[in-house]
Ligand binder design. Structure first.
Ligand code: CO8
Length: 260
């Protein structure tokens, strides 16, 4: 399918989605959000893609936020619809069995920071800059930023960043746990792909169950979270992946996982 605002490339079990609105520093308008939803739904329905890398076109921005031109037009009804669309796309990515990696190659502001926080793992280039600058504009983070930022970096830091609209550089983002790795810009995509390939070499069901447990476990008390883990572990014991993984270790060979 042809898109106006994103570039979608697939290579076996790996896909790359590049935000491509360079004139607006890849800002997210409704059309872009719906295109991402369409592409991601196709990955999910197709069944082959297991890791998606998101990045931004050009050298300046991952995503410079929600589209400010579109935001200016919103009223209470269309504003609700816009944030609901954003939430729906981000929740789909966050809860998907597909692993998502953000390769943050420049500005990730407002909705851009919120987008990367909904993906599973964030790798950033040394020139990346992140933040939630919405209070500069008389609004608040509206794609989950108040919640996901708090869960990633803690209440105090989330409040400081959000109340002050401070933009931070990649090294600080790494220090506070907002990104997992920082690489020189010219190595960013190679490193993101390396990470994707490593994940793809592991048991698909193991990765999928672990993602779900890490996501859901954080939302309930430890006793219930551990009960989820017990059930998931037991379910995995009935899979080919478990037999193959343990068998391959004992036979001193590489495992060939089927995801079944
Ligand atoms: N939306 C639309 N256009 C944008 C955006 C944006 N978020 N960011 C940049 N652009 C456009 C600029 O208007 C400019 O266009 P033009 O050339 O036609 O004037 C072009 O991109 C290049 O930008 P600059 O000239 O400003 O480039 P600089 O290098 O000088 O500055 C910055 C780069 C610092 C990134 C600057 O562009 C900037 O501050 N952008 C806005 C960042 C921002 O505030 N983002 C948060 C937006 S709000 C948000 O994301 C809320 C999410 C949830 C919303 C839910 C509400 C309903």
């Amino acid at each position: 399918m042809a898109y106006n605002n994103i570039i979608v490339e697939t290579q076996g079990a790996k896909a790359t989605v590049t935000f491509n609105r360079p004139k607006a520093l890849n800002a997210l308008n409704t059309e872009t959000l719906l295109e991402v939803k369409q592409a991601f739904t196709e990955f999910e329905n197709g069944g082959e893609v297991r890791v998606v890398i998101f990045t931004g076109a050009g050298e300046k921005a991952f995503i410079a936020g929600a589209d400010i031109g579109e935001l200016k037009t919103l009223d209470v009804v269309t504003g609700k619809k816009f944030v609901e669309t954003g939430h729906s796309v981000l929740a789909q990515i966050e809860n998907s069995r597909i692993v998502s990696i953000s390769a943050v190659n420049g500005f990730a502001l407002g909705g851009g920071c919120e987008f990367m926080m909904a993906t599973d793992i964030r790798v950033a280039s040394e020139n990346a800059k992140m933040g939630q600058p919405e209070v500069n504009l008389g609004i608040i983070p509206g794609f989950g930023g108040t919640q996901r930022l708090t869960r990633l970096v803690g209440k105090g830091r989330a409040k400081e960043l959000t109340f002050s609209a401070r933009i931070i550089k990649a090294d600080e983002a790494l220090r506070i746990g907002l990104v997992e790795f920082v690489f020189p810009a010219d190595q960013l995509m190679a490193e993101a792909n390396k990470l994707a390939d490593t994940i793809l070499s592991k048991s698909p069901l193991g990765v999928q169950y672990a993602k779900e447990l890490i996501n859901r476990g954080g939302e309930v008390d430890l006793t219930n979270a551990n009960a989820f883990e017990i059930q998931a572990f037991a379910a995995l014991c009935a899979t080919d992946d478990k037999n193959e993984g343990l068998g391959a270790f004992l036979e001193k060979r590489d495992a060939k996982f089927s995801g079944k």
